[in-house]
Each structure stands twice: as structure tokens, then as C-alpha cells.
Design a protein around this ligand. Sequence first.
Ligand code: A2P
Length: 337
Amino acid sequence: NGPSLAIVGVTGAVGQEFLRVLKERDFPYSNMKFLASARSAGKQMDWDGNHYTIEELTDKSFGGVDIALFSAGGSISKKYAPLASDAGCTVVDNSSAFRMTEGVPLIIPEVNADHLNGHKAGKGGIIANPNCSTIIALMAVTPIHRAAGVRRMVVSTYQAASGAGQAAMDELEQQTREVLEGKPPTQNIFPFQYAFNLFSHNAPMQENGYNEEEMKMVKETHKIWRQPDVAITATCIRVPIMRAHAESINLELENELSEDEAEKILKEAPGVSIINDRAANRFPMPLDASHNDDVYVGRIRQDISRSDKKGLDLFVCGDQIKKGAALNAVQVAELLL
Ligand code: A2P
């Protein structure tokens, strides 16, 4: 017993993770529907002891569905999420299509579950999942913000292949093999060699010299915190890592906070784990975060460029497919029950 569910983009990296996370968390459901493009329609898939046939996503896919988890790209969400909502299905959308739309809650459950505006399963409506880099940063920074007030945040990201989907992960693996074998690397997804290299995030460049990924971190943080006056700047970089993002974060605070107090606050924060062993030079790595729920924080230190205790540096790692996407969406769905 539970809501009737649908997964849109079930064959994708995040779609597949939705299924693993639903199972892991024992999410209650009465019925399940697998949706993808015409290319996948008719393919068979086993999940949770049952046999499913993937259906083509159409205007009519959402009758009788209470909750749909969408991860098939922005244009699919733009077209089908409103249709689903009109049919009484409540949509949790992993794309960027509605994140900045007024009235659409942009939710990280540990941070702003109170912004959900009474949305419930089976009542229609769209709830947006924030960008993966934003989620991973704010899991660590929000507890600090609550304690000491963040006035300015400078972020540099080291982003995994998974954010660009399953095909990008496949490309990284294939290129790595090809380079080691002395062959020219195949380039289908990214415009540059990815294996043994890194490059500025592939999101479209804007007139102000920031790419869209960087501007998402700025605008989404303002919306999630409901504080458009916090100063934020970001540099987003794609690194040859499979599925966990890392981020270097420098904070300027309203009030003084010692590094020990910061570590204590982060130790108690939900969904956050600390790896901060200075003696062993052991701090969060993407492989620590991969396939795990928590966001890992380390390198917690006073910013020595300041004479007061209003500057703090952090290094965070989080699984892009899990907390950066599927897990966060499923946690939102849990709030809808
Ligand atoms: P399909 O496998 O049928 O193309 P990823 O983010 O890993 O690249 O996955 C994208 C997901 O979005 C896949 O499940 C893909 O399904 C789905 N998708 C892409 N285009 C469409 C479409 N036109 N209608 C429905 N699903 C789509």
C-alpha cells in the first residue's frame, strides 16, 4: 500500500538510481510505471521482484499516477511535468526546467523542507530538485550559515562525469582505455579529451563570463536560503571522476566562528559526515562519497587571509547521482506522503 509511482527517464543514470534508492529506503508504493523514450519502449526490466516493460512517455502516461520522479532532461520536463501535474500527479523534477519558477518549491529536505507549501502526493504540482553542486555545497554550508551567517561564498568545483548522464560516464571509461592503449580517444559527449584532463564545465557560457552551472549555484542558493543578498561566486570544472563531485568552499561570515565550533556543528548536521584527519592528511575524496548517502566534509580551517574568525574554508565531496540527484528527489517524495 502506498502511492502509485512513475519514473521518467528510467534507463538513465539517475533513473536507475531512483530505483535503487526507492528500494534501499523501502519507499511504499502500490504501483510502478517505467517511462523512457520510444527507443527504450518495450524493453524489459526487473525491479523489486517484479517484471516491467518500459513504456514510451506520452501525454497520457500520468493518469492514476500519484508521484512521478523526472530525470530525462529539461525539455522533457518542460513539456511533460505540467501535463502530469494537470492529471493530478505530483512531480519531483530533477531537471533545471522549473527550479527558478516562482511558486515551484526548490527543496533540499535537510535545508528547507518547510518550503514545500503543503504539496502532497496525488494532488498535482511540481517540486524541483536543485542542481547537484548546489545540493552538495548547501548540505555542508547551511548549518554554518545558520550558526554564523554566510555573507559571501566562493566555490570551486571538481565535477564528475555522471552529471552529464550515463553516456558521459561511458565516454570517460572508454577514453581512459583508449589513451592507455595509445589510441585516439573517442569524443561523442564532450568537445575535449576527458580522460587524463579537465576542463571548464560544459554548461553554456553566458555573457557575464560565467557558465550556466555556476549561475545555478548562485541563483538556486539565493532561492533555497530565501536570501538574495548573500554574495556568491563559483568556478565549475569537469574532472575525470566517475560519480562524486568535490568542492572547495571559502566562506565569509557575519559572526566569528572558530574552526572547532564549525567542526562540531558539522558533526551534528544531518546527512553530513566528517573526514578531517590533519595528522594523517586524510580528507574527503570522491571515492569516499561514491554510492553513499552523506556529504563528506573536511579541510575545515580558519581562513588565514583574515585577522578575525569570520573566514572559513571547507572541502566537500558528495555522490552526484545519489544526494546530488536521486536520493534528494526520493527524500522529497517521502515528504509528499
Ligand atoms: P532513453 O534511454 O529511452 O533514451 P541520462 O541522463 O543518463 O542521459 O538519461 C536520460 C534519460 O532520459 C534516459 O532514460 C532516456 O531514455 C530519457 N529520455 C531521453 N529522451 C527522452 C524522450 N524524448 N522521452 C522520454 N524519455 C527520454
